[in-house]
Design a protein around this ligand. Structure first.
Ligand code: OMD
Ligand code: FE2
Length: 453
């Protein structure tokens, strides 16, 4: 049991001992877990009376009629049904958490943009008030596209809970440690790990080690899944067993509490008289999950040339157009570079997909300076980009011995929809006005005569 590390009053289910105590391995598994013995009905979902006087409630992550292999739902056995809130919903302002479409005619999103890390201010900021939207794409109302955010959190939510009906959140911490106390169990999260918080799941976020800063991809569309590996086969990349879903944990606490709901881009709150984290047992395949990015097994070029970054796809959220993701989450982690007679960093390119990148730690090979841990960059639909002058000259002239890219972890949220800068992103002091100058000094080497220059 890990009860010593649980929030006060929270009871957690027993689980297998070991380093992953408190979590169950697998991605999209049909899990079952109970924090009290016998709380989970066996052989059926809706007994006439549930054990312990619990209420049965279903949380659907896909349409009832979604095909079997995509259908996701979880049955919760809880102290009270979720519908028991004491007040109507009231709209509130969360001014810096934006949703698509958020298109300001005075903002030019056409361009290559880069941001320095945002400092965490001294004022108290929670998971809700500390969210800063950088870009939006698609439309939250039609459940297409995404938003990218930075979170700056120094204050735990107390008797305060949140859920988003607008999409799942993919969380990529960069500094500090957070605890997500959710209806379905507890996830502790730190840099080099990621978590997915499903649409509709209620949770509270506590700061374990602050201030905490990180990146979030809010996915309005179809859920993230593991990519088809094609000819790579059954192994490498992200493996299912390395994803961890928490065991059941519940609170039986009667205190005045607030639930904030994000719904169609707007925020609302309601009051309840208890902690909504009162699910004693659950079973199903719609659940939060975390993943250690250090378990991602990269594959790459072992003779020559630079492959497309799709080989580094950790998770993909389909868009309905085959092979064209609503979002790909792509990881550039430490790896060996061995390609012969090859320009090894990313090539110059224009991409129909829009690329939002973040640096978790270390140096990114295409940008030895300026793209720093905690920083972000945007290379929008069809806008040219590639190595800066230093990276180009270095890689063009390097002795091509096997070389390890060490201590490096950056990622990309790549979407088929153009990304629009929010007013915050366009006006923030940390926007690097001189970013495009990193390519300005690339020389013309062509002089009409053959030969390597
Ligand atoms: O633009 C980038 O830095 C991301 C990227 C990396 C790569 O190896 C190939 C293509 C690509 O867009
Ligand atoms: Fe790119």
């Amino acid at each position: 049991m890990t009860s010593h590390s649980l929030p006060k009053g929270m009871i957690r289910a027993a689980s297998i001992a070991g380093p992953h105590e408190g979590y169950m391995p697998g991605f999209g598994n049909d899990f079952e877990t109970e924090a009290l013995p016998g709380a989970l009905p066996q052989g059926m979902n809706s007994p006439q009376k549930c054990n312990y006087g619990l209420y049965g409630e279903q949380l659907s992550g896909t349409a009832f009629t979604a095909p079997g292999h995509q259908n996701e739902r979880t049955w919760c056995y809880r102290i009270r049904p979720s519908v028991k809130h004491t007040h109507r919903f009231r709209k509130i302002d969360v001014p810096l958490w934006k949703s698509a479409p958020c298109i300001d005619p005075d903002i030019v999103s056409l361009g290559q943009y880069r941001w320095d890390p945002l400092p965490v201010p001294d004022e108290p900021l929670t998971w809700i008030t500390g969210m800063r939207t950088m870009t939006t794409a698609g439309d939250v109302n039609t459940q297409t596209g995404m938003a990218s955010h930075m979170y700056l959190v120094n204050t735990s939510m107390r008797d305060e809970y949140f859920f988003s009906a607008d999409g799942e959140l993919l969380v990529v911490p960069q500094e500090g440690r957070l605890r997500f106390c959710t209806e379905l169990g507890i996830i502790d999260l730190e840099p080099k790990e990621i978590a997915i918080l499903p649409r509709g799941l209620v949770y509270r976020v506590e700061v374990l080690e602050g201030p905490a800063r990180g990146f979030v991809c809010e996915n309005y569309g179809q859920k993230f899944q593991l990519p088809g590996r094609g000819p790579i086969g059954a192994n490498c990349m992200a493996n299912r067993r390395d994803f961890k879903t928490p065991v059941a944990a519940f609170e039986d606490r009667e205190v005045p509490s607030t639930v904030t709901v994000k719904w169609c881009g707007q925020f609302h709150e309601t009051k309840i008289g208890h902690s909504p984290l009162d699910v004693v047992a659950w079973h199903g395949n719609y659940a939060p999950v975390k993943y250690d990015l250090r378990t991602y097994c990269p594959v790459g070029a072992i003779l020559f040339d630079h492959p497309d970054p799709s080989i580094f796809t950790v998770l993909t959220a389909p868009s309905g157009v085959e092979g064209t993701a609503n979002i790909d989450f792509v990881l550039f982690r430490e790896r060996w570079m061995v390609a012969e007679n090859t320009f090894r960093p990313p090539w110059y390119h224009k991409n129909v997909m829009s690329e939002l990148m973040g640096n978790i730690y270390g140096v990114y090979d295409a940008k030895p300076k300026g793209f720093v841990p905690g920083g972000m960059s945007l290379h929008n639909c069809m806008l040219p980009h590639g190595p800066d002058k230093t990276a180009f000259e270095g890689a063009s002239n390097a002795a091509l011995k096997p070389e390890k890219l060490e201590d490096t972890m950056s990622f990309m949220f790549e979407t088929r929809f153009p990304q629009h800068l929010t007013p915050f992103a366009a006006q923030a002091g940390h926007l690097q006005e001189d970013y495009i100058d990193c390519w300005g000094s690339l020389e013309k080497k062509f002089d009409g005569t053959p030969g390597v220059k």
